[in-house]
Design a binder for this molecule. Structure first.
Ligand code: HEC
Ligand code: HEC
Length: 145
């Protein structure tokens, strides 16, 4: 009996601690340095947006984001230390504008600009979009008979 009783308190403390820690991370996940995307964007939508950049440019997250100086295994997503991130912001502004002005794309039910033209439209999986088609392969010499 004595044994059961002494287990009771530590277990309930553990449960309380777990419940507290579960409610914490979400507050910390909030993006703190958004200048173009809506500041109240959900974590899910932000992740979708970022993954679409990876696909559009054929890169990984670290093409635009730096690593934490004290822990290089982790990324510092809020930092603006990579030039590519600032370029991407300008690209995003341009893309939003193209859609609004030239395609008259409206807003979706969440109030976000609908994108007819996307990063992928130009980038097509490349860091730098091609401005002209690749040179045709060298013509084969006509066959001699
Ligand atoms: C082509 C460049 C580019 C790539 C690739 C990219 N990001 Fe971003 N990311 C940005 C830009 C630009 C912003 C800031 C947007 C703004 O200012 O509205 C940003 C913001 C963020 C933020 C918000 C940080 C904060 O606290 O303000 C997170 C989190 C993030 N990116 C995660 C990712 C992840 C995860 C990946 C890979 C799946 C990724 N990004 C790939 C350009 C990029
Ligand atoms: C209308 C076409 C177009 C669209 C749409 C577009 N880009 Fe670009 N992007 C370009 C061109 C062209 C370049 C190369 C510019 C140069 O070489 O000076 C470029 C360059 C970049 C670069 C620099 C690459 C490097 O090698 O440093 C980044 C980053 C980038 N774009 C991100 C984006 C993102 C993110 C989006 C979507 C939000 C986007 N772009 C949408 C045309 C576009």
């Amino acid at each position: 009996m004595q044994l059961k009783r002494s287990y009771f308190v530590p277990l309930s403390l553990l449960l309380a601690a777990t419940l507290c820690s579960l409610s914490l991370p979400q507050q910390e996940e909030r993006a703190k340095n958004l200048k173009v995307l809506p500041k109240d964007i959900s974590h899910e939508d932000l992740e979708k947006e970022m993954r679409s950049y990876n696909k559009a440019l054929g890169v990984k997250c670290d093409f635009c984001h730096v690593r934490q100086t004290d822990n290089p295994k982790k990324m510092d997503f809020a930092s603006d230390d990579k030039e590519e991130k600032e370029t991407a912001r300008e690209m995003l502004k341009m893309t939003l504008r193209i859609n609004k002005k030239y395609f008259k794309s409206g807003k979706d039910e969440k109030g976000a600009q609908m994108m007819t033209v996307t990063c992928y439209t130009c980038h097509n999986g490349q860091k730098e979009p091609a401005s002209k088609p690749p040179a045709p392969p060298a013509q084969e010499a006509p066959q001699q008979h």
